[in-house]
Design a protein around this ligand. Structure first.
Ligand code: FES
Ligand code: FES
Length: 136
């Protein structure tokens, strides 16, 4: 399958690869897996005392589209509030990367990873959260 230029760019030069200490204040960690293919994505956000995401990192064991999706969203979430980050939809990611239909679930993984990271952050800071559910 042909990857789009944007996927190849993020795949070859992934942004923000790495980890934060998950126990550090302000860090939210989301780990999600795709049942369809077994790929796993870890996305972490670091939130400052104004509620703004000042940094983000990811590690993805998965296909090129999953790596590109996580790389892209780490760029997107920086400078956003938690609520703004939650508004990122997999369709936006898929469109930005020109993902073909069989690769849509890779962008779903990135949306789920953001939600999981925010949920973890809220749980750590004691904020009530409705929770999230990854797709089955
Ligand atoms: Fe791939 Fe849901 S089937 S993330
Ligand atoms: Fe499963 Fe891309 S093929 S995450």
């Amino acid at each position: 399958m042909a990857y789009s230029d944007k996927v190849i760019d993020h795949y070859e030069n992934p942004r923000n690869v790495g980890s934060f200490d998950k126990d550090e204040d302000g860090v939210g960690t989301g780990v999600v897996g795709a049942p369809a293919c077994g790929d796993v994505m870890k996305l972490q956000i670091k939130i400052n005392d104004k509620g703004v995401i000042e940094d983000a990192k990811f590690k993805t064991y998965g296909c090129g589209s999953a790596i590109a999706s996580s790389s892209l969203v780490t760029e997107w979430v920086k400078g956003k509030t938690v609520d703004e980050a939650l508004a990122i939809k997999n369709a936006d990611i898929a469109e930005a990367l020109a993902l073909p239909p069989v690769k849509i679930h890779c962008s779903v993984l990135a949306e789920d990873a953001i939600k999981a990271a925010v949920s973890d952050y809220k749980a750590k800071t004691g904020v009530a959260d409705e929770g999230y559910e990854i797709c089955k």
